[in-house]
Design a protein around this ligand. Structure first.
Ligand SMILES: Nc1ncnc2c1ncn2[C@@H]1O[C@H](COP(=O)(O)OP(=O)(O)OP(=O)(O)O)[C@@H](O)[C@H]1O
Ligand SMILES: [Mg+2]
Length: 266
C-alpha cells in the first residue's frame, strides 16, 4: 500500500511556490482547514530538498521553552537544552511550525525576534550569546482558519514575517479522487467517486452552516480503505461519514443519514 510521502500529489503547484520562496529566502505560511494536505506538502518538500525537518505542533500548552530551550543541571554543572527554534537555526534545517495560531500569543513573542530579516536571536535564557541562523535555515508555518476551534488571530507582526502565503483548500472532486487513489490499491472507482461526492456534499452543507462538521481528506481516504478491505460502500459511508454526526444529536445524524440513503440506497 502506498503510504510514504511519495504518495503526495502536487495538484495546485504548491511545491513550486515553496521552492521559489525557499530560494528567495522568504518564509512561508500555509493556510487551510484540517486535512487538506498541509503537513504532507511540507514533508514532501523537505524530502525533495533532502533537508532535515524539525517540527513543532503548537497548542495551548506549548511554552516558550519548547522553542528556546531550558537550563539543565547535571552533577553541579549548568547546561542548556536547546529548544527546536535554536536547534534548527544553528543546524540550518527546515523548521515546521504547525498550527501556529493555536499557541498563546506570549509564546510567539520570541519568534518575532528570530524570524525578522536579521535571522538572529539573543539567548538571554542562558549565556546571552547571539545565535545567528545558518544560511540554509528555512521556516514554514501553518494556520487553520479562525473558524477552527482553539485558533486565535496571529499577531500582525508575526504574520508579516511570513510574506509568502499558500492557501490550501479541499481539492476539486476529480483531484480528490486522484489523491485518494494513491492511498489504496483496490479498484472500485465508481464507489470511490460516490464517497467523494458525499464528502463534498457534506462540506458544502457545513460551509453554509447546515451541518456542524465538514469531513476532510482523511475521511475520504478512510472510506477508500474500508472499501479496499471489502466493506460495502453504504456501510463504509455510514461508518466514516455518517455516524460522526451523532455527536450533535439525532436530528443532525438523521439529516446526514438521509443524504447517504439518497446517494447510496438502503
Ligand atoms: N496532495 C496530496 N497527495 C496525497 N495525499 C494527500 C494529499 N493531500 C492530503 N493527503 C493525505 O490526506 C491526509 C491528510 O493530510 P495532512 O495530514 O497533510 O493534512 P493537514 O492539512 O496537515 O491536516 P491538519 O490540519 O489536520 O493537520 C493524509 O493522509 C495525507 O497523506
Ligand atoms: Mg497537519
Amino acid at each position: 500500500m502506498l503510504q510514504s510521502s511519495s504518495a503526495y500529489l502536487d495538484w495546485n503547484n504548491s511545491l513550486d511556490v515553496l521552492g521559489k520562496a525557499h530560494d528567495a529566502g522568504l518564509f512561508v505560511l500555509i493556510i487551510g482547514p484540517k486535512g487538506t494536505g498541509k503537513t504532507s506538502l511540507v514533508r514532501e518538500f523537505a524530502s525533495r530538498k533532502g533537508a532535515k525537518l524539525e517540527s513543532i505542533n503548537f497548542s495551548l500548552r506549548t511554552r516558550e521553552s519548547h522553542l528556546i530551550g531550558t537550563k539543565t543541571l547535571n552533577d553541579g554543572t549548568i547546561g542548556f537544552d536547546e529548544g527546536i527554534l535554536i536547534k534548527s537555526m544553528k543546524d540550518g534545517s527546515f523548521l515546521y511550525l504547525d498550527e501556529l495560531n493555536a499557541a498563546e500569543a506570549d509564546v510567539l513573542l520570541r519568534l518575532d525576534e528570530a524570524l525578522d530579516d536579521r535571522r538572529q536571536i539573543v539567548l538571554k535564557e542562558s549565556t546571552g550569546e547571539m545565535i545567528n541562523a545558518d544560511q540554509k535555515w528555512f521556516v514554514v508555518a501553518t494556520i487553520n482558519p479562525l473558524t477552527h476551534v482553539g485558533t486565535k488571530e496571529l499577531p500582525p507582526q508575526l504574520l508579516s514575517r511570513f510574506p509568502v502565503r499558500i492557501r490550501l483548500d479541499y481539492p476539486p472532486e476529480e483531484t480528490e479522487f486522484e489523491i485518494v487513489k494513491r492511498h489504496v490499491s483496490g479498484s472500485f472507482d465508481d464507489k470511490l467517486k460516490q464517497g467523494i461526492n458525499l464528502a463534498n456534499t457534506l462540506r458544502q452543507a457545513a460551509a453554509v452552516e447546515e451541518l456542524y462538521y465538514s469531513p476532510s481528506l482523511r475521511e475520504s481516504i478512510a472510506y477508500a480503505k474500508l472499501l479496499d478491505s471489502g466493506l460495502d460502500a453504504k456501510k463504509s459511508a455510514d461508518i466514516v461519514f455518517g455516524n460522526v454526526y451523532a455527536q450533535w444529536g439525532s436530528v443532525e445524524y438523521q439529516k446526514v443519514s438521509d443524504i447517504i440513503t439518497s446517494m447510496f440506497g438502503r
